[in-house]
Design a protein around this ligand. Structure first.
Ligand SMILES: Cc1cc2nc3c(=O)[nH]c(=O)nc-3n(C[C@H](O)[C@H](O)[C@H](O)COP(=O)(O)OP(=O)(O)OC[C@H]3O[C@@H](n4cnc5c(N)ncnc54)[C@H](O)[C@@H]3O)c2cc1C
Length: 625
């Protein structure tokens, strides 16, 4: 314990790690800003100040405007993430024993026990040009469904995936390894202003490999709304039977394997005490899913029991003859005579060298996720004026409860229970409440930092901390643009009045559930956390939550649900693709992922993405027949 309280980030080499990381996560402009900020601290001899002086300097800096606040957040997030997530030569972090975190509990299986069975083409043997019927960019839930259905229909299919091929043999139950292997931008991506952390999958299988398996069907009200917005077939009575049921069946979604862990037991207790309805979440897990190892779900399922795209549609595509190229980044869509005719991609060879690959195709399916699909179209100069606009993120807000008894929120299934009582708060917009795992690096990065001692005392309570998360069906929108190098830039701030109102309400109701569940203390992820202690007046706390700032960098929130940036619709000025999913301005190019959503669905989106991709593949197959 003493060693933990005394240990500094410098003792673990965190500053050097940050120095190496910053250029990989920041644009050139952002990097220059971060350097100026750090140089400014050095000029003030920050490193020579005593600990209390440093805490005062940082507290004063916090109030010196949005730019400084943003830099402080960046440095804080990286420092604390690394302080708890870096591992030594034994594969462990010295802070874990003090905070009661077990680290990895099992070793990955051998390659022989967990073979990689999806057929991939090796970069070193590839010719410079390939000819196929369909080229799918991105292998997440959307791209995987289209690839499987096209291959099963007898077409030749190539899937290009920017990430690598990682399966059970690679999953180490470690935060940093998981982020680096499975997430876009190594899991450190944020919006340009720093307002929101952007979590998206980037590996063979996309987000389905690291996601929490909550499988919630498209609400009828959303199907009706999208039908009015021009999405073909979605309003039809047979849409569920034709497109939703097949994907749910292929993923074998079930409630039988779902078990409540420490977090979800508190969530259930609180909801019951308040008389709020809740239900068990259906998940795409094998029935013998072993909850003891499930906490590490976000870093890949080492047991191989998550029925991700690797186990389902990508395997089906492979079995039907589709071929996949991993570590292959699609740079642009090629066109000729007003039609899409293929993809230009950059291949990373095993030796670190890069080379160009041209895939000639009769149809191109853009399914690179809602951050990268618009970037691909923008680099290609196609898609029209709506490309990148209408970004929906379903922002997620975490509120912590500290309980008297251990919660150990890193054990058990990441999500098992959902409360839909607040689904419609303002004009069809509202929020769901679910539970969330707590991991030391992530949690430390997200919680407000007041001073070193308070931070460490907070971390000592980690085993008793439960995080409830609410995510809202966003009414406002952000956008994805590209920078001078053609790289995606996410622009999003909580500036829509309806979304702000929902954010405040979501915080209050989530905190109320903690209070009803018996939490001894509740706190938010504000830079200066808003706290309530048992015995205090909850309504007075609710007033404080109402009055708190939800502005950029005043509070940390995240998105795991990006959508809408290549949306379908009837008007080429406000949508990118027609109601069937084909680009208005480039026949032969189709949108196959969550970027095709016209608005946010208000539920965890994977099943809807897959059902829509299932439907889009019908139209694509018809167009090629
Ligand atoms: C931590 C986490 C938990 C989640 N939990 C749930 C949940 O429980 N339930 C649920 O419904 N949803 C959940 N989601 C969301 C869900 O996983 C995503 O909505 C879904 O994966 C999006 O599917 P997609 O096909 O649109 O794109 P993605 O899954 O993002 O796949 C896109 C793929 O394209 C690749 N790519 C990007 N650019 C290029 C390029 N230029 N060239 C080639 N390839 C490219 C990427 O590497 C990626 O693999 C979660 C997401 C995260 C991150």
């Amino acid at each position: 314990m003493r060693a933990f309280m005394r240990r500094s980030a410098g003792d673990l080499g965190v500053p050097w790690e940050i120095e190496a990381l910053l250029p990989t996560v920041l644009s050139a402009g952002q990097l220059a800003g971060a350097q100026r900020f750090l140089d400014g601290l050095t000029r003030r001899a920050f490193h020579e100040q005593s600990l209390p002086q440093r805490a005062r300097t940082l507290a004063l800096a916090w109030d010196r405007g949005p730019d400084v606040k943003r830099r402080l957040q960046q440095v804080k997030i990286l420092t604390l993430l690394l302080f708890y997530a870096l591992t030594d030569e034994t594969g462990r972090n010295p802070n874990w024993p003090a905070i009661g975190y077990p680290g990895p509990v099992t070793r990955p299986p051998t390659a022989a026990r967990a073979p990689k069975t999806i057929a991939t083409l090796s970069a070193s043997n590839l010719p410079a040009t390939l000819d196929v019927d369909v080229c799918v960019v991105g292998s997440g839930p959307g791209g995987a469904v289209v690839a499987a259905r096209c291959a099963q229909a007898g077409l030749s299919v190539i899937v290009l995936e920017a990430g690598g091929y990682h399966n059970e043999q690679d999953f180490r139950q470690l935060e940093l390894a998981g982020l680096r292997q499975l997430y876009l931008g190594g899991g450190l991506m944020t919006s340009e202003s720093g307002s929101i952390a952007v979590l998206a999958g980037s590996t063979l299988g996309g987000g389905s490999v690291s996601n929490y398996m909550s499988c919630i069907r498209t609400p009828d009200a959303i199907r009706e709304e999208w039908a009015r917005l021009g999405v073909a077939d979605i309003g039809a009575d047979d849409f569920p039977a034709r497109h939703l049921d097949p994907v749910c069946e292929r993923l074998a979604i079930n409630v039988e394997a779902t078990r409540a862990n420490g977090t979800h037991k508190r969530l259930r207790d609180g909801l019951d005490a308040l008389g709020l309805e809740h239900r068990v979440i259906t998940r795409n897990a094998e029935l013998h899913d072993d909850a003891r190892y499930c906490g590490y779900c976000g870093f890949g399922c080492q047991q191989g029991l998550k029925l991700s795209m690797l186990k389902t549609y990508l395997q089906d595509a492979s079995d039907a003859g589709a071929r996949t190229i991993v570590n292959c980044w699609a740079r642009g869509v090629l066109s000729a005579g007003g039609r899409a005719r293929g993809i230009e991609a950059v291949l990373a060879d095993g030796d670190g060298s890069r080379r160009r690959l041209i895939v000639n195709a009769r149809a191109v399916v853009v399914a690179a996720g809602a951050v990268e699909s618009p970037a691909l179209l923008l680099r290609s100069g196609v898609g029209g004026p709506a490309v990148g606009r209408y970004l929906r993120v379903q922002p997620a807000f975490s509120v912590a409860g500290v309980y008297d008894e251990p919660v150990q929120a890193w054990i058990g299934q990441a999500q098992s229970l959902v409360c839909e009582s607040f689904r419609d708060v303002v004009d069809g917009h509202g929020f769901l409440i679910e539970g969330l795992g707590v991991f030391p690096g992530f949690w430390a990065a997200g919680v407000g930092w007041e001073d070193g001692r308070r931070h460490k005392e907070e971390m000592l309570r980690l085993p008793r901390t439960a995080s409830f998360v609410s995510f809202i069906r966003d009414h406002g929108a952000g956008e994805v643009v590209i920078d001078e190098r053609g790289r995606s830039v996410v622009r999003w701030d909580l500036d829509d009045p309806v979304d702000r109102e929902l954010a405040v309400r979501a915080h209050i109701e989530t905190a109320r559930v903690h209070a009803a569940a018996g939490a001894a203390e509740i706190y938010t992820l504000h830079g200066k956390p808003a706290r309530w202690r048992r015995g205090e007046d909850f309504e007075a706390y609710a007033e404080r939550l109402r009055a708190a700032s939800y502005g950029t960098n005043d509070i940390l929130y995240f998105t795991a649900h990006q959508m809408g940036t290549c949306r379908m619709g009837t008007d080429p000025l406000t949508s990118v693709a027609d109601g069937r999913g084909e680009l208005h301005d480039l026949p032969g190019a189709w949108i196959g992922d969550g970027s095709a959503f016209p608005t946010a669905p208000g539920v965890n989106p994977m099943i809807t993405i897959m059902a829509l991709a299932h439907r889009t593949s019908d139209h694509l197959l018809e167009s090629l027949s």
